[in-house]
Design a protein around this ligand. Structure first.
Ligand SMILES: C[S@@+](CC[C@H](N)C(=O)[O-])C[C@H]1O[C@@H](n2cnc3c(N)ncnc32)[C@H](O)[C@@H]1O
Length: 442
C-alpha cells in the first residue's frame, strides 16, 4: 500500500496542504498533510485537545466534521485553482511508519510520533522499562530481540535503535577488562546485538535507519568496532551519515552521543542531501530550568554519604585523578546522567547552602534533564531506582526530534519526487508478505 499525492494541493496563508491517498485494493480514507501550521493555531489545537482528551488527529477531524455538518462557509482566500505543491525545506510532520528497537522508555518514539510517525513494533526486554513504555505509549514492547523473527516485524519506513552501549562504553570496557572479560564484538552476549540488527535490516530493508550510541563507539577497540559497524552498513547497501551531538544545546546536560542515519541505496540511488541539525540558536538551557521548587528531603545525601564522597574525591585528587562528585549550581549544566545515578547520585549533586549536604536530582528532574515532555514527567510508574536507570540509559528526545526533522526533509523530497512516501506501509496487523504479525503484548 502506497501513499500517493493526488495532486490536489494548495497554499493557504502560507500553510501547505497536500491531499494524498493510501492505495490498496479496498479504497481508504484520504490523508491530509497540513504543513507550516502557524504557532497560534498549534497552541489552540493543543489546548483544546488536552481539554477534550483527544489526539491531534481526532480533534482536527472533529472540528472539520462540525464545520461540514453546519455547512460552514469559510471567509478565507480559498484554494487557488492553479495551486501547486509548494515544497518547504523542513516539514513539521509526515505520515511515516517506524519501529522502535532496544526501545528503553521510548526516547525515539516520543519524538518520532510528534513528527507524524506511527510506531508499528517495539522491542525491549527489561520488565521495568516495559512497564514505563506501556504507561507512556499504551503498548508493551516485545522482549528479547534475539528471539524475534524478522518475518514477524512489519515493514516500516524508519528503523530506530539505540543499541546497548555497555560493551562499547569506557565504563563497560574497563569494568569488563578488569574482570578479564571480552568486550565489544568479542563480548558474545551484548556485542552480537548489532548483528541482530543487521539480520533485521537484511530482511526488512528499512529505507531509513536511525541509530544512536555512546560517543566512544568510534574509538572503541582502536576504532575497530566502528569499522565493523560502518562496513556492515555499507555492505548492506546504505548511505551513512554520522555525527556526535552534545545534547547540551537542547537540555542542561552535557551528553555526547553518536547519531547514525542511513538511507537505503535502493530507495535513494543518489546520496541524499541529508545534514545533521545546526545547533539551536538562543540561550542554552540551564539547570535551573529543570529544578523542582520543593524537592522531597529524602533526596538530600546523608551526612555519612556526603563525608564519604568528599574523602573519596580527595583520595583520588591526591593520586592525580580527576574522579569525584559533580556539584552543579542552577546556573550551570550537569555532567552526563548515567544509568548508575541511582547508586549515590554523585555525578550530579545540587548544593543546598550552609552546612546542609547537597541533594541528588529527583526522578522527575531527571525526566526534565533528559527533555521528556511534561506528560511523561508526570507519569512515573516505577521505583526511583528503576526511573534513574531508565533515564540514564535513554536518548534525549529533543535531539531525536531535531535529527528526525532533518530526515523528514529528505523524506519529503522523496514524496515530491516519487509521489508516494517510500514503499513501506501500515500493516493493519500484517507484514508486507501478508503474514499475520504477532500482536504486541498489552
Ligand atoms: C541504550 S538503551 C536504549 C534506550 C532507549 N533509546 C531509550 O530512549 O530509552 C538499550 C536498551 O536495550 C535493551 N536491551 C538490551 N538487550 C536487549 C535484548 N536482547 N532484547 C531487547 N532489549 C534489549 C536494554 O534493556 C536497554 O533498555
Amino acid at each position: 500500500m502506497d501513499w500517493r499525492v493526488l495532486g490536489i494541493s494548495a497554499s493557504i496563508l502560507g500553510t501547505d496542504i497536500i491531499v494524498s491517498q493510501r492505495f490498496e485494493s479496498v479504497p481508504m480514507n484520504k490523508q491530509l498533510l497540513v504543513r507550516n501550521v502557524p504557532p497560534e493555531i498549534c497552541t489552540w489545537i493543543d489546548a483544546q485537545r488536552a481539554q477534550h482528551n483527544m489526539s491531534q488527529q481526532e480533534f482536527v477531524l472533529s472540528v472539520l466534521d462540525q464545520a461540514v455538518e453546519s455547512d460552514l462557509e469559510l471567509k478565507l482566500p480559498l484554494f487557488a485553482s492553479s495551486a501547486t505543491v509548494v515544497e518547504k525545506p523542513v516539514p513539521e510532520s509526515l505520515p511515516f511508519t517506524f519501529i522502535d528497537l532496544f526501545a528503553g522508555i521510548g526516547g525515539f518514539r516520543s519524538s518520532l510520533e510528534k513528527l507524524g510517525g506511527r510506531c508499528l513494533f517495539s522491542s525491549e526486554w527489561d520488565k521495568y522499562s516495559q512497564k514505563t513504555y506501556k504507561a507512556w505509549y499504551g503498548d508493551t514492547p516485545e522482549g528479547d530481540i534475539r528471539k524475534i523473527k524478522p518475518a514477524d516485524i512489519p515493514n516500516h519506513d524508519v528503523m530506530a535503535a539505540g543499541f546497548p552501549c555497555q560493551p562499547f562504553s569506557i565504563a563497560g570496557v574497563s569494568k569488563r577488562q578488569s574482570l578479564g572479560m571480552a568486550h565489544g564484538f568479542k563480548c558474545v552476549t551484548q556485542g552480537n546485538l548489532f548483528f541482530q540488527l543487521v539480520t533485521i535490516i537484511k530482511a526488512k530493508r528499512p529505507p531509513v535507519l536511525f541509530l544512536e550510541n555512546v560517543k566512544n563507539l568510534q574509538s572503541h577497540d582502536q576504532g575497530r568496532t566502528w569499522t565493523v559497524i560502518r562496513e556492515a552498513l555499507e555492505d548492506l547497501g546504505y548511505w551513512i551519515f554520522f555525527q556526535v551531538i552534545d545534547a547540551a544545546a537542547y537540555v542542561p546536560q552535557h551528553r555526547e552521543r553518536v547519531y547514525i542515519v542511513c538511507f537505503d541505496k535502493k530507495e535513494f540511488p543518489e546520496r541524499p542531501p541529508f545534514e545533521f541539525p545546526k545547533k539551536p540558536e538562543g540561550a542554552k538551557p540551564l539547570l535551573r530550568d529543570i529544578l523542582e521548587p520543593n524537592p522531597d528531603p529524602k533526596y538530600t545525601l546523608t551526612p555519612h554519604l556526603w563525608n564519604y564522597l568528599q574523602r573519596y574525591a580527595e583520595g583520588h585528587k591526591a593520586k592525580g585523578n580527576g574522579f569525584g562528585f559533580g556539584l552543579v549550581t542552577p546556573e550551570g549544566i550537569s555532567r552526563t546522567l548515567s544509568a548508575r545515578y541511582y547508586k549515590d547520585g554523585s555525578e550530579i549533586l545540587i548544593p543546598q547552602g550552609g552546612n546542609k549536604p547537597p541533594r541528588r536530582l529527583t526522578p522527575k528532574e531527571c525526566a526534565r534533564l533528559m527533555g521528556f515532555d511534561e506528560k511523561y514527567q508526570n507519569n512515573l510508574v516505577v521505583s526511583d531506582t528503576q526511573a534513574y536507570r531508565q533515564f540514564g540509559n535513554a536518548v534525549v528526545p529533543k535531539v531525536v526530534e531535531a535529527v528526525g526533522k532533518q530526515i523528514l526533509k529528505v523524506l519529503s523530497w522523496k514524496l515530491m519526487e516519487k509521489g508516494c512516501l517510500l514503499k513501506r506501509a501500515e500493516t493493519n496487523g500484517h507484514n508486507g508478505n501478508g503474514k499475520a504479525v504477532r500482536k504486541a503484548r498489552s
